[in-house]
Design a protein around this ligand. Structure first.
Ligand code: ZN
Ligand code: ZN
Length: 460
C-alpha cells in the first residue's frame, strides 16, 4: 500500500496553539505497494509514480507538508521524530495544507504554480474533491468525472473525518459479541449486532466538541448528520476490516483457535497501512469473534513495517483470551529461516497478505516469488486480498500458474466500505481495501499426487 492515513486511537491532539503533527494526506495509487523484498522501496516508487499523472505533484505534497525530501516524508510516516518546521500553528492551517495537496486541475493537470495570474483552481461543487483551472476544463472533464463524482463526494468527507480516528475522538464500539460468531457473516449482521452500542457511539461523536472543532477548521460547510454518520460507519469498517478479515480467514479455513499455546497469524508484506500507529487494541474485534480462544499471536512481517511498531516477536506464548501483536522488519523468507525454521517461534496457523500486488508488475512478482513458493511448499494456509475484480482474476491466474492449490476465493464479507481515491488520477474508479480474497493451501501437484496415491491405495 502507498503511505496512507491509517491511524487510530492516537493520543489527543495538542491544543490549537501548539504545533500539530500532521498525518500526510491519503495517497492511493492503483498499484498496491506492500512487499516483502528488498530493492527500491516500493512506497517510494509509489510516491514518485504520482509524477506520471501530474508532473510536479510529489514536489507539491512535500512543499505543502513543509518537508524537503521523500526521506523526510518517509521518516514521519515511520513515526520518526518530526523534523523542524514540520508542524502547524493551528488545525485550520493543517487542513488547508492538506487540501492544497489535492489542488491540481483534474483535466489538464495544471498545478497552481503553472496557472496564469487570472486563473484559480476551483473545486467541483458537487463532490468538492477535484479541482479545475476553468470552466472549459471542467466541461471537457465531465463525461469522465460524472462516473465518480458521487463516490468522490464521500471520499472528501471521509478524508476529514478520519482525523477523529487519529485523535481518538472516534473509537469504534468494542466488547464481547452478543451474537454467536456463526451468525455474524458480514457487515450487515455485524452492524445489527452492534446496533444499540453503535447508535450511542455515533450520537456521542456527532455532538462532540471534536466534531464541531473539525468542521470549524476545514474550510467547508459541515455536512448533514446523516452524511457524517455514513462517513463514521465507513471509517469503522475500514478500521475493523483487517482484524475481521483475519477472523474470516481463520473461520473459513476451519483453523482451530482453541489450540493450547494460542494461534499464530503472520501478516506478510506488512507496511505502514498495517503498522503505523497500530495499537494492540485494534485487533480486539478478532478476539471477540472467537470467544474462548486460547490466545492469538499476530506478527507483521515486511520491509516497510513502521519503525514505531518495533515489538519483536517473542517466544512466549500469548495468554488465553489475549492478542499479542509484534513485528519483524525484513523479508519473509529470511524471517522464516531465522525464526520459524529454527523453532524460535511456532509455525503459522495462517498467513495473510493484504494487497500483495504481485500481479501488478514483473518486479513485484519477482520479489514475491520466493515467499509464495515457500508458503506453497510448506503447505501453510494462506489468504491474500485484492482491491478489484480485475486484480482477483490476474492474481488467480498467477497462483494457478505456480501450481498452488486454490481452496477458495470470492467477495470478502469484511471488505472496507470506505472508497479510496486514486489520488493522482482522480477520475479513476475508487477502490475498496480487501474487496476480494483468495485462499490457497499447498500445491495442486501434491494434491494430484495424493489423490493418485489414494487411488492406488484403494486399488490395493
Ligand atoms: Zn485545466
Ligand atoms: Zn465532482
Amino acid at each position: 500500500m502507498a503511505p496512507r492515513s491509517r491511524r487510530r486511537r492516537h493520543k489527543k491532539p495538542p491544543s490549537s496553539v501548539a504545533p500539530v503533527v500532521v498525518t500526510p494526506p491519503a495517497i492511493v495509487t492503483p498499484m498496491p505497494l506492500a512487499r516483502s523484498e528488498p530493492g527500491p522501496s516500493i512506497d517510494m516508487l509509489g510516491f514518485f509514480s504520482l509524477e506520471d499523472n501530474v508532473p510536479g505533484l510529489s514536489h507539491l505534497i512535500l512543499q505543502k507538508l513543509n518537508m524537503k525530501s521523500y526521506e523526510e516524508y518517509k521518516l514521519v510516516l515511520d513515526g520518526g521524530t518530526p523534523v523542524s518546521g514540520f508542524g502547524y500553528r493551528c488545525l485550520q492551517e493543517m487542513f488547508q495544507k492538506m487540501e492544497d495537496t489535492f489542488r491540481f486541475c483534474a483535466h489538464c493537470r495544471a498545478l497552481p504554480s503553472g496557472l496564469s495570474d487570472s486563473k484559480v483552481l476551483r473545486h467541483c461543487k458537487r463532490c468538492r474533491n477535484v479541482y479545475y483551472c476553468g470552466p472549459e476544463c471542467q466541461r471537457s472533464d465531465w463525461p469522465a468525472h460524472r462516473k465518480v463524482c458521487q463516490e468522490l463526494r464521500l471520499v472528501a468527507v471521509d478524508r476529514f473525518m478520519e482525523w477523529l480516528l487519529v485523535t481518538g475522538d472516534f473509537v469504534p464500539p468494542s466488547g464481547p459479541w452478543s451474537w454467536p460468531t456463526e451468525v455474524v457473516q458480514g457487515w450487515d449482521t455485524w452492524f445489527s449486532m452492534r446496533c444499540l452500542q453503535l447508535d450511542a457511539t455515533l450520537d456521542a461523536v456527532l455532538s462532540s466538541q471534536a466534531m464541531t472543532t473539525l468542521w470549524a477548521n476545514v474550510g467547508r460547510p459541515r455536512p448533514d448528520p446523516g452524511v457524517l454518520q455514513g462517513s463514521l460507519k465507513r471509517l469503522l469498517t475500514d478500521a475493523l476490516s483487517r482484524p475481521l478479515t483475519l477472523g474470516f480467514g481463520l473461520r473459513a479455513l476451519g483453523i482451530n483457535v482453541g489450540k493450547v499455546g494460542g494461534s499464530t497469524v503472520h501478516v506478510i508484506g506488512a507496511s505502514h497501512a498495517e503498522t503505523f500507529l497500530t495499537r494492540p487494541g485494534d485487533y480486539d474485534e478478532l478476539g471477540y469473534m472467537f470467544p474462548g480462544h486460547l490466545g492469538f499471536h499476530i506478527i507483521m512481517v515486511g520491509v516497510d513495517v513502521a519503525a514505531d511498531f518495533s515489538q519483536s516477536p517473542s517466544a512466549s506464548l500469548p495468554e488465553p483470551g489475549t492478542i499479542q501483536l509484534s513485528s519483524h522488519r525484513g523479508l519473509y523468507h529470511d524471517f522464516w529461516e531465522e525464526q520459524v525454521e529454527t523453532g524460535k517461534i511456532p509455525h503459522p496457523d495462517l498467513v495473510v497478505a493484504f494487497h500483495p500486488g504481485f500481479h501488478a508488475s514483473a518486479d513485484l512478482m519477482e520479489a514475491w516469488l520466493p515467499t509464495l513458493l515457500l508458503l506453497r511448499d510448506y503447505e501453510i494456509p494462506t489468504m491474500i486480498t485484492v482491491y478489484s475484480h480485475q486484480e482477483l482474476a490476474a492474481s488467480l491466474q498467477i497462483l494457478a500458474d505456480l501450481d498452488t492449490h486454490i481452496t477458495a476465493y470470492g467477495a470478502n464479507p469484511f471488505a472496507s466500505l470506505k472508497p479510496e481515491q486514486v489520488y493522482s488520477n482522480p477520475n479513476k474508479q475508487p477502490v475498496y481495501c480487501s474487496t476480494y480474497y483468495i485462499m490457497f493451501l499447498g500445491s495442486s501437484c501434491q494434491l494430484d499426487k495424493r489423490q493418485l496415491e489414494e487411488k492406488v491405495d484403494d486399488g490395493v
